[in-house]
Design a protein around this ligand. Sequence first.
Ligand code: HEM
Ligand code: FE2
Length: 389
Amino acid sequence: MGEWWYWLGHQGWEFVDFGKGFQVLLMGIFILWMIVVYRGIKPALIKKEPWNLPNWILYSVIGIPLLFLSGFVAKPETNFVIADFWRWMVIHMWVEAFFEVFITVIVSYLMVLMGLVSRQAAIRVVYFATILFLGTGLLGISHNFYWNAKPVATMALGSVFSTLQFVPLILLTVEAYRFKNMPKMAIGDVEHKNLGNFGFPEVFLFLIAVNFWNFFGAGVLGIIINLPIMNYFEHGTYLTVNHAHAALMGVYGNISLAALLFASRLMIKEQYWNKKVVNFSFWSINIGLMLMVVLDLFPAGSIQFKAVVEQGLWYGRSHEFVDYGIFNKLTWMRGIGASVFFFGGVLPLTWFIVSRLRSLKPTIDTIEQMDPINPIKKDQEILEPEEVI
Ligand code: HEM
Ligand SMILES: [Fe+2]
């Protein structure tokens, strides 16, 4: 392919390993996404209330492509120290700062739309969580700089602030625990027995899963590889893979599915909604992910970690270690979780969504024509979370 390899194959870095063409394409898609979201929420943007929920969505949607620009700094000839710094500006700033803010906004938004919390209560949580996520996550980026020749002070700052990143995750978990019984409760004047009307319990499940993996995958499995002394030995082992998979699929995978199902629930005619398939997929995806963690990634990472401590990184990553013995057996065990995930989760959900293509509600022209599943009556008061509980 010659010159084209750089555009369509590999850019020449170990990690940024897709062709430049795809990176540019992704940037284009992000910009398109920004425009689509802006058009959608434009009527709800309130200029005098910059911290209103729709405004928050816009800020995160602008922040995400802005940070992706950093990914364009590295060229094959760029010094590694510089390239790696900008690479983390995308990875870390996305997943541990702006995506977390985006997720809190989206979860809160869905909760408001589902009539579970009041707008004011949601804004308060978003505001507080953003301060905590950005307050800890921005300097916390330095926990990724232990390995690219940064000064000692940077490492010290990184270890302290990144450890604090656990704080918002714990607080959000406490918050979610308070919310967990919500779909079972009466909201406003909706009677308990009529809660079939509530309509979104499956979406709510995915939101709970987002929180679970935020706590466990990002928080617990992230914190165990976080401090310099631990990271010194585990870097480059399956313990990073373990954390990365649990956090990325657990948090951002589940939130994407929640958003997709929320929209589908409103678009698909009620009688064609299949609660059983959605629930089955939900459990398969999350149990499958957990099985991958428990049967392979975590034990394999721990054994590899021990090998690195005792014999060195060269050995822990060598062909003899990775392709034979217990590490190899664990790699095969991963198939169990992956099969549950794929055959029980991905396939049925894909079938469900694709096969509903012909069961969509007719399109409408005006808001007045809308027939939401759980219309909140004008005079119905939405309770503050404290009052609901
Ligand atoms: C949902 C949130 C999170 C996601 C999706 C996530 C994802 C990832 C991914 C994909 C990597 C590997 C990147 C690479 O090597 O190119 C990584 C590395 C890392 N993460 Fe996270 N993470 C999250 C939150 C956290 C938190 C809260 C902590 C700790 C407080 C943490 C600590 C680390 C550390 C120390 C590394 C570097 C490991 C190494 O290579 O030595 N992460 N994370
Ligand atoms: Fe990070």
